[in-house]
Design a protein around this ligand. Structure first.
Ligand code: SAM
Length: 262
């Protein structure tokens, strides 16, 4: 364990605790009504059966069997033991020899240098300290073989602002004065949990970074990636969103989906 990860046992514990109620609390990018460009990106990996993929911050393992169905070997890494225990349970005994479970922090992957064909980080590049994000991105880049790709999903800060705009206008359209409409949007958009200036979210002991689109180019380039392309995971307006019923006709909300090359 590095000095860095020793400094954040609270986050490890908070994530472990979140494992029990994960599906209730987090948006699911794998649902049938979600448009998730990562499926196509995975389809595009040639000869996956002979390749190694790492699911970094694998959580409860919602992706693990999909990956086992395509790739020859899967590395499933998470620093939260509660998450990893759930991920382990999902794997059939006959597939276990093809999975390596690693309970550690994502920046501690020096031993994987040059071994991965594909790395995935879905909603796990969320360390609120951006120095750690940089260390993680640098480690992931080093872990990828030449020609390797890094796919991921990152929570979107601008989508929260988009939702805020819609809630604010909804309130104005209902005849509220601007000050009251602002209060309505802040309350229903749960602004008390967010730091909009620095892109952070704090909820029940969990601290997460949320991303603005311009950050990807900046941070991935700094970590040595050759390119990064953005797309959106699109979520239907459902019970996960305040005011969903009234928002049904609006363009959907999103998280950022990225594909980076070494
Ligand atoms: C929001 S969950 C996403 C889980 C999974 N990728 C999914 O799509 O459902 C974030 C996961 O990242 C893990 N995580 C966060 N920071 C990490 C770090 N520095 N090292 C390893 N795992 C980390 C958490 O324990 C948690 O399981």
């Amino acid at each position: 364990m590095s000095t860095f990860s020793r400094k954040t046992p609270d986050q490890q514990r908070s994530w472990s605790r979140a494992a029990a109620r994960y599906d209730e609390v987090f948006l699911d990018p794998y649902g049938p009504k979600v448009r998730n460009p990562q499926w196509e990106a995975l389809d595009a990996v040639a000869d996956a059966g002979s390749k190694t993929v790492a699911d970094l911050g694998c959580g409860t393992g919602p992706l693990i069997n999909t990956l086992l169905g395509r790739f020859g070997r899967v590395v499933a890494l998470d620093f939260a033991p509660g998450m990893l225990a759930k991920a382990r349970e999902r794997v059939a005994p006959e597939d276990r020899p093809r999975v390596t479970f690693l309970q550690r922090s994502m920046e501690d992957i020096d031993d994987l240098a040059g071994t991965l064909d594909v790395a995935i980080a879905n909603n796990s590049l969320v360390m609120p300290d951006v120095r750690r994000i940089h260390r993680v991105l640098t480690s992931i880049r080093a872990a990828l073989r030449p020609g390797g790709v890094f796919l991921g999903i990152a929570p979107s800060m601008d989508a929260i602002q988009y939702h805020t705009m819609l809630l604010y206008e909804q309130a104005l359209d209902q005849g509220l004065e601007p000050a009251d409409a602002e209060r309505f949007a802040a309350l229903h958009g749960e602004h008390r949990y967010y730091d909009f200036a620095f892109g952070r979210f704090r909820f029940q002991g969990l601290r997460q970074k949320f991303w603005q689109p311009f950050e990807f180019e900046h941070r991935f380039k700094k970590a040595g990636f050759r390119s990064v392309a953005l797309d959106r995971v699109l979520y239907p307006w459902d019970e996960n969103f305040a005011g969903a019923l009234e928002l049904a006709g609006e363009a959907p909300s999103w998280d950022w989906s990225f594909r980076a090359e070494v």
